[in-house]
Design a binder for this molecule. Structure first.
Ligand code: HEC
Length: 348
């Protein structure tokens, strides 16, 4: 049994070593093609310069269509270039491997070995250690008439023999502001240059960096040492922070045209149903997690469950006990905002 497991493990390790996947995917929205999904690029082989050991693969293409790979030094974002259905994700001068035009055949894939000593940019360029290059594929499609499209893009950092730039992060996604602790496990490196992709830089080995705005950032570490230079990449996704809901209480202050009264008109100090909403803090405390007077076991605000909260039911006129609010008429205020506030956890 143990022997069997060891054999399986060894073969898995060997399989993954022989097809080591390379590169980082940065945000670039590949558009669906006539198959109904986008085509994707991947890279395997070696990131060491000077050899022809880098393989590119594009899959998910329509069958029996022509395509070729593209390369460039930077990121870009051009949607529907020249009437294409796709997006160019490469910037800084686009090179076309148009000496290697391929047919996607019955598998919808194309693949190519890249000559890393002669990238088809102008002039022909050999990849050097410490450089990052970006790859993507262009292809023909019938969707429904003759059209073209692109895969998503991959960024690959290259290295000289004897030096690496292995970088990692304690977090690769989260909401803004996002503080990320970066670290490196580089071999043969004495100098470090981090580019956080948002204009920030560092020369520390293990820097921490705060991304203040939402976005997708391609973080690059370039290391230097006696053997030369190396680059490695990471993608950090920063989403927008949690919404703020101060207008919820403000809405309870607004006079409702249906009744000519705000909630506070009846639910101020000593108001009906022991619901004193005369201060913001009091209103939150009186509502969130509070058992209602009305009906058996009703809770006024259940964080994360707007439809089950009696407050929301009374405002939406779906309550199973008592009157809709404000007293006897539907709420004319911002019901969607209150719904979102409860769904998001009903924070004060
Ligand atoms: C005209 C006076 C009046 C206004 C205006 C009013 N309410 Fe009420 N409210 C009452 C009365 C009376 C009750 C108790 C009877 C009932 O639940 O039907 C009550 C009950 C409630 C309850 C149930 C409390 C419990 O513990 O059962 C909630 C929740 C509530 N109101 C929310 C609001 C909100 C929010 C507003 C503003 C959009 C508002 N009310 C406006 C008179 C009012």
């Amino acid at each position: 049994m143990q022997t069997l497991q060891a054999t399986i493990l060894t073969s898995v390790l060997m399989a993954s070593a022989s097809a080591q996947s390379l590169g980082a995917k940065y945000y670039c929205p590949a558009a669906d093609n006539s198959t109904g999904s986008p085509a994707v690029i991947s890279a395997t082989g070696s990131d060491v310069v000077g050899g022809n050991a880098l393989n590119l693969l594009a899959s998910g293409m329509p069958n029996n269509q022509f395509g070729f790979f593209l390369v460039g030094p930077g990121t870009g974002l051009v949607v529907n270039p020249g009437g294409s259905q796709g997006t160019i994700c490469i910037g800084g001068g686009l090179g076309r491997f148009n000496g290697q035009v391929m047919n996607s055949g019955s598998s919808g894939t194309i693949s190519a070995v890249v000559d890393t000593l002669a990238l088809p940019v102008n002039p022909l360029t050999a990849i050097a250690g410490g450089e990052t290059w970006h790859f993507q594929a262009w292809y023909r499609d019938l969707n429904p008439g003759s059209a073209s499209n692109f895969t998503d893009a991959i960024a690959i950092g290259f290295r000289d023999v004897g030096i690496t730039a292995d970088c990692s992060a304690n977090l690769t996604s989260g909401s803004a502001p996002l503080t990320v602790q970066f670290s490196q496990a580089a071999v043969g490196a004495s100098g470090f240059a981090w580019d956080f992709g948002d204009g920030g830089n560092s020369t520390a080995g293990n820097p921490s960096h705060t991304f203040s705005a939402p976005g997708t950032y391609l973080v690059e570490l370039v290391t230097t040492g006696s053997a030369g230079s190396a680059a490695d990449l990471l993608v950090i996704e920063v989403t927008s922070g949690p919404p703020t809901f101060s207008p919820v209480w403000a809405a309870f202050n607004v006079v409702d045209p249906n009744v000519g009264l705000s909630c506070l008109g009846c639910h101020g100090v000593g108001g009906f149903a022991n619901l004193d909403m005369s201060t913001e803090a009091g209103a939150y405390a009186a509502l969130v997690g509070t058992t209602a007077n009305c009906g058996n076991g009703n809770i006024l605000v259940i964080p994360g469950d707007a439809n089950g909260s009696l407050l929301y039911q009374k405002l939406a006129n779906t309550q199973t006990c008592g009157q809709s609010m404000p007293f006897g008429s539907p709420y004319a205020g911002d019901l969607a905002l209150i719904y979102d506030w409860i769904q998001a956890g009903a924070q004060q």
